[in-house]
Ligand binder design. Structure first.
Ligand SMILES: [Zn+2]
Ligand SMILES: [Zn+2]
Length: 329
């Protein structure tokens, strides 16, 4: 806002804004800094001293009564505005401060979150390593257990080494004559006329009575040599009352099952042949391959490509016959 000059020196002889009479050239006059209307200082009770100060100092303003009222109003409004501005400013500052606090909290949460994520990743890694270790331990234990099973089975089998399992001898009411039947078979079919009652340590039938087929007989000899001769001569195809008789090695339940399963593989042409030798289950993968003794299923699985469990897992039958021995010893 540019302020007009305070001294009225207009040649048009203006009139006083208060008394309305002309302001002559020699009269003192003072003009309002806003409306520019001239006044006699006397009409506004302005002393000579005050008049001197006001007219000499350009930085001082003087307002007439009506302009003063407007000015006060404007100033009040300005003051109000300033206060409101200050209030907004203060609110803004507080907001900024709150915002800064929140940012700090957010940063702290983010830092904690990151730490937590790192810890979780660490835990996952550790538990994965533990799991791997555990798996390894379990695998080793499984291997040990299988080795133990094989050992126990070998011990069990060694008890059976002096015995044979005989199939196909008809059951009669008086099984007391069983010894005589055996001795008669030995004499007439197996070229063992010297075999006597005292060569037989134990002789008994196995399992429950079956109407359809006679129960297997376990024959244990007092001497290993006698048993081996009896078993060796089984190929002379003995008969009893016209029935075909089969003489097999007396295998443990486990080996009998293993032998049965391998015979199924022979039928499916996955294995060339299988037989037993001194209580061990033997097999040949090809006609020309070397005979291998099998003591557990893991070896069998390694040797054969197909899954041996798929068809025979549920079959517990221990059916002994000579049909299996495609490549007998
Ligand atoms: Zn006047
Ligand atoms: Zn004025």
């Amino acid at each position: 806002m540019t302020m007009p000059p305070k001294k009225q020196t207009s040649p048009t002889q203006p009139s006083c804004g208060k008394c309305d009479s002309l302001i002559k050239k020699r009269d003192k006059s003072i003009s309002c800094s806003i409306c520019n209307i001239p006044f006699h200082p006397v009409c506004y009770n302005i002393s000579d001293a005050k008049y001197e100060v006001l007219t000499e100092d350009d930085s001082l303003f003087w307002f007439c009564n009506s302009c003063r009222a407007v000015t006060v109003n404007i100033v009040n409004k300005l003051v109000n505005l300033e206060r409101r501005f200050e209030a907004v400013e203060s609110e803004n500052t507080s907001l900024k401060s709150n915002m800064a606090d929140m940012m700090k909290q957010l940063e702290s949460v983010q830092t904690k979150n990151k730490l937590l994520e790192e810890k979780i990743a660490e835990s996952i890694e550790i538990s994965k390593q533990n799991k791997d270790k555990l798996h390894l331990k379990i695998e080793r234990k499984d291997l040990k257990i299988e080795n133990l099973k094989v050992k126990v089975d070998a011990i069990e089998q060694s008890k059976n080494n002096r015995s044979v399992r005989i199939l196909g001898i008809p059951e009669v009411y008086d099984d007391g004559s069983l010894k005589d039947t055996i001795l008669s078979i030995a004499k007439e079919n197996l070229d063992m006329p010297d075999m006597k009652c005292c060569d037989i340590e134990t002789l008994h039938r196995m399992g429950r009575v079956n109407q359809d087929k006679p129960r297997d007989i376990i024959l244990t000899f007092t001497a290993q040599s006698m048993r081996d001769e009896f078993y060796k001569n089984r190929k002379k195809s003995p008969k009893a009352n016209g029935n075909q008789i089969y003489i097999n090695e007396n295998l443990t339940a486990f080996r009998a099952k293993l032998f049965y399963d391998i015979r199924q593989l022979v039928k499916r042409k996955k294995v060339h042949s299988t037989w037993t030798q001194h209580g061990n289950v033997m097999l040949k993968i090809e006609d020309t391959s070397r005979p291998i003794a099998v003591y557990e299923y893991s070896t069998l699985q390694r040797l054969t490509t197909g899954n041996i469990y798929e068809e025979s897992a549920d079959e517990m039958s221990i059916g002994f016959s000579d049909e299996y021995s495609e490549g007998d010893e």
